[in-house]
Design a protein around this ligand. Structure first.
Ligand code: BGC
Length: 811
């Protein structure tokens, strides 16, 4: 009895101690969380309290004109007078600002804005902060390359703010049609304008160095000239609305794996000829309002802290006049960033703000440097629509933009194979195989995504042009969807970025396949792929088809062919996949890319023959991934994204701690990217750069070249000898047959897309090739150098279908 009593007492005591310990730990955890939250709030979220936008601006009238009296001094200041030049206005405004106000302007308003929590414009991810004392407004920045990415719904409002999901960048470059891309840009920019956004964070102009880069869909091509011409057209289109662009990610952000610390080690020649060239062309052809530096390091220095890149090359060599902003939380040292010419730190942190103030106080950041960056920011603000008090409607012409999307998407889709199958003429009942046929992918994930109101599936698209959808195939899909309900729920917001929507593929039994082949006139198999920001793709089940997909193609092809019926494969993908092993099986292959919200209609327009395909590949489809020279130095394991590495200041690793292709990537292939490598190494490819079929055939006439001063003018007649109207893309490559240096076999220098030519109709295409574009980067003197002597100009329907060649001499 006494023993039990003693035991109970001891137990009670221990229980008490345990409870007190647990309680204290709990309280400590709460205090810890509170301190953490307060730190997060004051450092990242809400450190801007004194800088709320000044909404009460009075007007004054001078000489019969009305102006905003922004600093409320009752008189017209130079910066308030929009009859004055931008430079005069910015100089005056700068002179009125305190040092504190200037430094404040060099960074955004924090994580809250990056998370799209801006009250005035939910979903906008960045901001140029206001200067209330001088009545300078806040400017909103929003993603991205395929259309605006703002929140479609707002608290306590019934109406919606959907944006148009335009085709992805890679599809737009596949149009090889600068005028069309400009129109898409004009529509995109108009959406920004009408929703009150002043800068679109796009287009993306990085090179497709390797097919597995998770963000290739946002970018244009493996070739810098195509990237540059299409990118400039996009910038010119968007900026024709008076809103800005931010061409990104400058530069060499060619992998997503460890993007925040990866050091891209690149030779000067490869940089100038390949990775910078597209940006250079864009700057020279369209002078974008802003450029976004990238996350990665370049030859040991963060690009946002790299003065050689941002000042010597971008501004001094190329003449860029706009501002450079960092990628979100990019770089490590705020003072080094501004000193390098990275004017604006987005989305900005309290730590950066403090560091800049400290830099100004201890002289590490001079007044001249601060003034230079602030002036660039002020020029953008002064020229903005917001400053002009533009009354945005919140009502862009979404219907009209959907039409542009439908047209441009069908023009960028690439017909890879067509064995007397397309356009579909005598089929009514179409069997749709593969989940993506019913659940079309409009675009990639991450900041390249758009919140669109709807996506037209292939099923809907085909119905819209009068086809009947086979019930057996459809029911099999519905059954599969029902059995995998959770996997078919689309992730939203941040979750969507981390986990691209990709439900499991369906499979069909032999009985089902037989029944489908019996009841349908034709089969369409859709292969879907989705990727995006933060991670790279992998080879297995992504670059390569999965076993289920292979079986789907083989079994459907066998059954349909046994009945004399055709099989079409539609590729609803954002990046290159393997095609060589299975392309013999179907009768036709259409590379539909991710065509935006009207994707299904655009595909149906091509399949039905309403549109004659005219897209051409902006990159090579290799036989094997390992055929790419860059494959020797690329992360192949699809390492997932680590959010913390984006927000935290990372400790620099020692040389032996650094992991190849993660912490650093050596671009050992140099300039041999894409077709430059395949041609030099004489490798067979599945589909070459520039390839794409049409329902028509085009004949190239005689090619003529003339050289006037520094320009080679090339003209050539193109005739549509097919029996339906269509467009052809003529590609002009140059080569130097006898050269003293190591040069690619041929390189794209210009291209022209014809108008829609009627059967039998001819046109003359004409392009200008600057003589300077024949130069190579001579590393021995760090300059462009031009070899004299004979060159060849090739006109091709693809990089491996050269139809005409003319020799020219550079004296
Ligand atoms: C992306 C940028 C994007 C920014 C803002 C970053 O993570 O790399 O492309 O514009 O976020 O969303």
């Amino acid at each position: 009895m006494a023993y039990r009593h003693k035991y109970t007492k001891v137990m009670r005591k221990w229980l008490k101690i345990t409870l007190i310990t647990l309680g204290s730990l709990f309280i400590l955890a709460i205090i810890g969380a509170l301190i953490g939250w307060m730190y997060l709030k004051s450092t990242f979220l809400e450190f801007e309290k004194d800088y709320a936008e000044n909404g009460a601006i009075k007007q004054i009238t001078v000489d019969g004109f009305t102006f905003a009296d922004r600093n409320s001094n009752g008189k017209l200041d130079i910066y308030e007078d929009d009859r004055k030049s931008l430079d005069e206005r910015a100089t005056d405004l700068l002179a009125q600002m305190t040092l504190e106000e200037k430094i404040h302007l060099l960074k955004g308003s924090g994580l809250g804005s990056a998370m799209g929590r801006e009250k005035e414009l939910p979903g906008a991810v960045g901001k140029i902060v206001p200067t209330p004392r001088l009545g300078i407004p806040a400017i909103y920045l929003s993603d991205g390359p395929a259309g605006l990415r703002i929140e479609p719904k707002r608290e306590d409002e019934d109406r919606t703010y959907y944006c148009t999901a335009f085709p992805i960048g890679t599809l737009l470059s596949s149009t090889w049609n600068e005028a069309l891309v400009k129109d898409v840009g004009t529509a995109m920019g108009n959406e920004a304008l009408e929703y009150g956004i002043d800068v679109i964070l796009g287009p993306g102009a990085n090179i497709h160095r390797h097919p597995l880069c998770g963000r290739n869909f946002e970018y244009y091509s493996e070739d810098p000239v195509l990237t540059g011409f299409i990118g400039a057209a996009m910038v010119n289109g968007i900026e024709s609305n008076g809103v800005g662009t931010s061409v990104k990610h400058f530069a060499a952000n060619n992998q997503e794996t460890r993007r925040n610390e990866n050091d891209a080690i690149i030779s000067e020649r490869a940089l100038r000829e390949i990775y910078l060239k597209g940006f250079e062309i864009i700057v020279k052809r369209s002078q974008p309002k802003t450029i976004m530096s990238s996350y990665n390091k370049l030859n040991g220095i963060y690009t946002s802290e790299n003065k050689y890149l941002l000042t010597d090359i971008l501004r001094n060599d190329w003449g860029f006049e706009g501002l450079v902003m960092s990628d979100w939380f990019g770089g490590q040292n705020a003072v080094a960033q501004v000193n390098a010419g990275n004017d604006l730190l987005e989305p900005g942190t309290k730590k950066q703000w403090d560091a800049l103030k400290e830099g100004a106080a201890d002289g590490k950041l001079s007044t001249e440097v601060i003034d230079l960056s602030v002036k660039r920011i002020l020029k953008l603000v002064l020229a903005s629509r917001k400053m002009q008090q533009y009354k945005y409607s919140n009502n862009p012409d979404l219907k009209g933009h959907a039409t542009i999307t439908r047209q441009s998407a069908s023009e960028g889709m690439v017909l890879l194979k067509n064995e007397k199958t397309l356009p579909i003429t005598n089929a009514k009942n179409v069997a749709l195989i593969g989940i993506t046929s019913y659940d079309f992918i409009a675009g990639g994930t991450g900041s390249g995504d758009v919140n669109e109101a709807y996506t037209v599936s292939l099923e809907e698209g085909l119905k819209n042009v009068g086809f009947e959808i086979n019930d057996t195939a459809r029911n099999a899909y519905l059954k599969h969807k029902e059995a995998n309900k959770e996997a078919f729920v689309k992730p939203l917001g941040f979750d969507a970025m981390m986990h691209p929507y990709s439900p499991p593929e369906m499979s069909l039994t032999d009985v089902e396949i037989n029944h489908i082949a019996e009841t349908a006139d034709l089969a369409i198999i859709t292969i879907g792929r989705n990727s995006g920001e933060g991670a790279d793709r992998v080879e297995k089940n992504d670059f390569l088809l999965s076993e289920k997909e292979q079986a789907m193609i083989t079994n459907i092809s066998k059954s349909f062919h046994a009945k004399g019926k055709k099989v079409i494969v539609v590729l609803n993908i954002g990046g290159v996949i393997e095609t060589a092993s299975w392309k013999e099986q179907p009768d036709a292959i259409l590379l539909a890319w991710q065509g935006g919200q009207e994707g299904g209609n655009s595909v149906a327009d091509i399949l039905s023959g309403k549109v004659n395909p005219s897209g051409k590949l902006p990159m090579t489809f290799p036989v094997k991934l390992s055929d790419h020279a860059s494959n020797a130095n690329f992360p192949l394991d699809g390492e997932p994204f680590n959010t913390m590495s984006m927000l935290s200041s990372m400790k620099e690793k020692s040389a032996d701690e650094k992991v190849k292709n993660k912490d650093y990537t050596k671009y050992e292939e140099g300039i041999y990217v894409g077709y430059r490598h395949f041609d030099k190494a004489k490798l067979e490819v599945s589909y070459p750069f520039g390839f794409g079929l049409s329902y028509s055939t085009f004949e190239f006439g005689e090619m003529k070249t003339t050289q006037v001063n520094d320009t080679i003018r090339v003209t050539m007649k193109v005739t549509n000898i097919g029996d339906r109207s269509g467009k052809e893309v003529v590609q002009f490559y140059t080569s130097k047959p006898s050269t003293a240096i190591d040069r690619p076999v041929r390189e794209l220098k210009a291209f022209a897309k014809t108008a829609d030519l009627k059967s039998g109709e001819s046109t003359e295409v004409s392009v200008a090739i600057p003589v300077s574009s024949l130069s190579y980067w001579d590393e021995t003197v760090s300059k462009w150098a031009l070899e004299k002597g004979k060159y060849q100009v090739d006109a091709g329907s693809s990089s491996r279908d050269i139809r005409k060649t003319v020799e020219i001499e550079i004296l």
